[in-house]
Ligand binder design. Structure first.
Ligand code: SAH
Length: 225
């Protein structure tokens, strides 16, 4: 079974709409939609904004459904010059840019306990996603996606994330889902369409381009499944 998590209703509603043999299952605080797309078993859920909601949802999904792999789809702020608004970022790895125990001598972003900064996405799933994106014909880049509990809205913060993590995009959930998948040994990949450029205009771009960007991420999911 393929698991799909999106943060906002708008990011998952179009996917839920194409699920056949639909069954709605309520577990804890999450509504899961289970069924098939192109005869493949899938489960979709909307997690809410930020790393905590994302982690709650990922853990509930992994413990209650037998996942072959887990995808996180949605929008993000672009950090790479190669990613214009509506282009797609595919995760090679995920980092948490707001995790910082560096005063104690740790690298910025290190996840104490598992003691890594970058959580690698599953290579096979990344390859599948790349093929799907190519099929749809959308501009894309594979690289580091940085998550944190903040909407990035300045050149300074964007440059800081780029310098410290070599990230191509920033958002608020992917790395939390990655961490949950990692500790549960579930293959995963994050797919994000650019809604803004994470700079001083990102709030205005986000309002204007989110719908358009999401259309691209939904097309990729269709092509993938
Ligand atoms: N109150 C709003 C909050 C949206 S936050 C709401 O409930 O809709 C923005 C969402 O889009 C997050 O899920 C995040 O993952 C993504 N995102 C898009 N652009 C972003 C940026 N520049 N910085 C951080 N997250 C961004």
């Amino acid at each position: 079974m393929i698991g799909i998590i999106g943060a906002m209703p708008i990011e998952v509603d179009a996917i839920k709409a194409i699920v056949e043999n639909k069954e709605e299952i309520h577990i804890g605080s999450i509504d899961f939609v289970k069924g098939t797309i192109n005869k493949k078993d899938i489960v979709v859920a909307q997690c809410g904004i930020g790393k905590v909601f994302a982690a709650i949802c990922a853990e509930a999904m992994i413990l209650n459904f037998k996942l072959d792999y887990l995808l996180n789809v949605g929008v993000a702020g672009s950090i790479s010059n190669n990613l214009d608004i509506t282009s797609i970022a595919i995760s090679q790895s995920l980092v948490q840019h707001d995790m910082d125990t560096s005063p104690l001598g740790d690298p910025i972003g290190m996840l104490s306990g598992i003691n890594i900064v970058n959580i690698e996405a599953d290579k096979e799933v990344v390859k599948k996603v790349e093929e799907a994106v190519k099929k749809v014909g959308i501009n894309y880049e594979i690289g580091v996606i940085a998550s944190g509990d903040q909407f990035v809205n300045s050149k300074e913060k964007k440059d800081w994330i780029k310098e410290n993590f070599n990230a191509i995009a920033c958002e608020m959930e992917g790395a939390a889902i990655a961490q949950v998948a990692y500790v549960n040994k579930v293959p995963f990949c994050v797919i994000r369409a650019m809604s803004d450029k994470a700079d001083g205009s990102s709030h205005m771009d986000f309002a204007e381009f989110t719908k358009k960007a999401i259309k691209n991420s939904v097309e990729v999911i269709r092509a993938l499944i």
